[in-house]
Design a protein around this ligand. Structure first.
Ligand code: FER
Length: 239
């Protein structure tokens, strides 16, 4: 189904456990950069959570999947605004007793930022392969293997046939992830494959050290999207 945010539609999928309770936890699950809600690691997480009695809400952010917006125009501010719309929707669901935020890669960064905004509304966050170095990389002039002058931001970043507005970089440069880590005191579970060549797994270890209440589970040798041991990643979240 779709929910509306001002003039934009956001594509969401709400799923229930087979045995519904009067009140259940809800986990909101967010894809990464260029991702969508049908990716195998997103679906596997969501369905495992249904199996253990959680409702899940897979969401597609601005410029991704079936949601409105052009990919090239998406920014982390737009995604954060999307989170406020999704949270308004989730908080009104009558069967929800608490809300967790789970996100992969850029979606992992997103839930880390959202945790500080919604610390009073959520029970925990689960950043997977979290790409929380993006703001730092934007300030250092290197994203997606493309170098640029961080003081003179190009109109567009082009790589592998994709195109991304320079506004993505302008926004990312403003974001202080460490500050949001310090402001969120709730539980955090980070999961990361040690063979991830898109985001170094050390990032999740660093985040776990900085958060007040965090655990980091490493999946030996696995990739950014858990091509080898998806079951181990999903089991870590289940546990
Ligand atoms: C980057 C490295 C990783 C980047 C984005 C990502 C925009 C995100 C990956 C993902 O969400 O899967 O340099 O720049």
């Amino acid at each position: 189904m779709f929910i509306r945010e001002d003039g934009c539609s956001l594509h969401i999928e709400l799923e229930y456990p087979e045995k519904r309770q009067a009140k259940m936890p809800l986990v909101i699950v967010v894809h990464g950069f260029t991702g969508h809600m049908e990716e195998k690691h997103i679906v596997a997480l969501s369905h495992m959570l249904n199996d253990i009695g959680c409702m899940t809400l897979r969401v597609e952010m601005y410029g991704h999947g079936q949601s409105d917006g052009e990919f090239q125009n998406h920014t982390l501010y737009k995604w954060l605004t999307n989170v406020t719309t999704v949270m308004d929707y989730a908080k009104k669901l009558p069967a929800v007793d608490r809300i967790y935020l789970c996100g992969h890669s850029q979606g992992g960064l997103l839930v880390m930022l959202a945790a500080a905004m919604f610390s009073d509304c959520i029970a925990g966050i689960i950043p997977i392969s979290s790409a929380w170095m993006i703001p730092e990389s934007a300030r250092n002039g290197s994203l997606l293997g493309v170098s640029f002058d961080p003081q003179n931001i190009p109109d567009y970043l082009k790589w592998d046939g994709h195109i991304l507005s320079g506004n993505y970089i302008r926004v990312a440069q403003q974001i202080d992830v460490e500050n949001t880590m310090d402001r969120y005191r709730g539980p955090v579970l980070l999961v990361h494959g040690t063979g991830d060549d898109a985001v170094p797994f050390e990032r999740s270890k660093m985040a776990a050290e900085r958060y007040a209440h965090a655990e980091c589970v490493l999946i030996e040798g696995d990739t950014h999207c858990f091509d080898h041991h998806l079951d181990q990643m999903v089991d870590a979240v289940r546990t």
